[in-house]
Design a protein. Structure first.
Lengths: 282, 280
């Protein structure tokens, strides 16, 4: 008995050591970027794995120049505005729509549901040209208009997930509320919405991860001279001829990753749970 | 209730339906129609039948991108799922540090494709510089670079799904198997794997479509260099649209082919793995 316990402890110890090493290695790429963001650009490509010492250390110079070159804080503001706006719009509109199509069952609502499922396997390249032209002709090429585009292109997954969850919600509670004199909006906001909360978190996280990091859609839809999101600003650093100032690039990559990591640390529990729940229903 | 609710369609259904029409339905239908036309803007389209599709067949870059994408998808789907499952197994045993490790492995998923591409460009170029090479020296480097990048990004996400799947397997099954004298190998292949099929279905679906549709990472890591030999399908379509004037029709036809491939692959994969799912 004793020897078995000892071997179990040894196993646990080995597990801990092994995974600690792998985790550290996993975080290395980000560490290397942080280290290089303090280096003079000439030293980055040649010796990316050395620590900045003496002559090649430039302090925060890369950050200062980079923020100025791509207008980082403006890009951050637009990314935040577009992500928060689009995700709120998606959560509100698609949950209402999913409730409607799950409770009013007829040919049309069923057809719409299948169209939503269908839209999930259509790659963006299929619609990118016509979508950017349509958005342009409707005047949606600004941060407010693009939220409508995101609602349209992101509706498929959201309606699918909400409708899937709605199937497990008993009808009786809603019917009781309606008999007691609740109007449909009252029933939805007072009864259904609170029940939907866990699915809201899942959908919200999946759509946030998509929209915050999306590069191609805003590039094609937004007026690039006026508005840039963070991924657009980073790609802008590459310039027309493919030459990159790696000093600025490193500093901007750090600034792009930082808010994501802070957000992750703050909401880690919800993110991991939300992803798992969203996937199982899919 | 159905009747009362029906009158509220303008509030509940219309906003999503309108946005869906503008953001998906119209672009999809018009895009399909335009693939049979020659055009530079939507209004000057002229019907040309299958001419656009015919010129795809003579486009060497597109056919190369197709093979490159197919091979990349195959390698990354297998690697990502094997690694994710292998990591998920020990992380469901309730050992110390498990939560921290899960958190770390999942993290790269939140970083966007463009940012990931530049992070790894720095690292690959740094390693290859020791041998006097760069990432764009050979398409082989670009290929494995993309595979490593994809694994780093996606293993954590798939691991989370596998963990959720593994935790839903009832413990009595393992106990019963152990009492019946099953060895760890038998338990893995006879119990754990068959009962993880729903998670395997989802993970292969996600990795398959993510890999096949990859764009941002491809653009930021190699941008198709050297001479379009690491260009994947999505990037090839983008280039056809936006850097070759007069080729919009061909670009749209390529996009239709791309859509059919993605949808077809996804359906075949769902059919195959769904069939292997067992009822508990």
């Amino acid at each position: 008995m004793k020897s078995r316990q000892a071997s179990k402890r040894l196993k646990n110890g080995l597990f801990l050591v092994f995974f600690s090493v792998v985790s550290l290695a996993y975080l290395m790429p980000i560490g290397i970027v942080v280290i290089n963001s303090f280096k003079r650009k000439a030293y980055i490509n040649k010796y990316p794995f050395s620590l900045p010492t003496g002559r090649d250390f430039v302090g925060l110079e890369n950050y200062r120049a980079g923020v100025e070159a791509i207008g980082f804080f403006e890009a951050f503001g637009w990314s935040l505005f577009i992500t928060v706006g689009s995700v709120s719009l998606i959560l509100l509109c698609t949950s209402m729509c999913a409730w409607y199509i799950s409770r009013v069952k007829n040919r049309w609502t069923r057809a719409f549901y299948y169209l939503c499922v269908f839209s999930m396997v259509v790659p963006f390249q299929m619609v990118m040209y016509t979508l950017s032209k349509t958005a342009d002709s409707l005047g949606l090429g600004n941060p407010l208009g693009i939220t409508v585009v995101y609602l349209g292109f992101g509706a498929g997954l959201a309606v699918f997930l909400f409708a899937g969850f709605m199937r497990s919600v008993p009808l009786e509670i809603e019917e009781a509320a309606m008999i007691d004199g609740c109007s449909p909006p009252q029933t939805f906001f007072l009864i259904v919405l609170p029940i939907l909360k866990p699915t809201m978190v899942s959908v919200g996280i999946l759509e946030t991860m998509w929209i915050w990091n999306d590069y191609l859609l805003p590039t094609l839809v937004l007026d690039q001279k006026k508005y840039k999101t963070i991924p657009m600003a980073i790609q802008y650093l590459k310039g027309g001829y493919g030459s990159i100032d790696w000093g600025l690039m490193m500093a901007m990559l750090v600034l792009a990753i930082l808010p994501v990591i802070l957000f992750y640390v703050a909401c880690q529990k919800y993110i991991i749970k939300g992803v798992a729940a969203g996937a199982v229903k899919g | 209730m159905k009747k009362t609710l029906k009158r509220w369609f303008p509030l509940f259904g219309l906003p999503t339906l309108a946005a869906f029409t503008v953001g998906f339905l119209v672009p999809f239908v018009v895009g399909l129609a335009l693939s049979f036309c020659r055009f530079t803007t939507v209004s000057d389209a002229r019907f040309v039948g299958l001419a656009n599709y015919k010129s795809i067949l003579g486009d060497g870059d597109f056919l190369h991108a197709l093979w490159f994408t197919a091979l990349f998808t195959l390698v990354s789907v297998v690697l990502i799922n094997l690694l994710a499952f292998a990591v998920a197994l020990p992380l469901t045993k309730g050992l110390r540090g498990t939560n921290l490790f899960r958190t770390v492995f999942f993290m790269p998923n939140l970083i966007g494709g463009i940012v990931l591409g530049y992070i790894w460009q720095l690292i690959f170029n740094g390693v290859l510089a020791m041998f006097g090479r760069t990432l764009t020296y050979s398409p082989v480097y670009g290929f494995w670079g993309l595979v490593i990048l994809m694994c780093w990004q996606q293993v954590g996400y798939m691991m989370i799904i596998y963990i959720a799947g593994l935790q839903s397997i009832p413990g009595e099954l393992y106990e019963a198997a152990r009492i019946d004298g099953a060895n760890p190998r038998q338990i893995l292949f006879r119990i754990t794997l068959p009962l993880s099929m729903p998670a395997i279905t989802i993970c292969t679906f996600l990795t398959l479509t993510n890999s096949f549709k990859l764009f941002d990472q491809n653009l930021a890591l190699t941008a198709g260099q050297p001479s379009n030999k690491t260009q994947m399908l999505a990037l090839n379509i983008y280039d056809t649209f936006y850097s070759r004037a007069g080729w919009e029709g061909v670009g749209q036809a390529k996009a239709v082919v791309f859509f059919v491939l993605v949808a077809g692959l996804a359906l075949i994969q769902l059919y195959i793995t769904r069939r292997r799912e067992v009822q508990q």
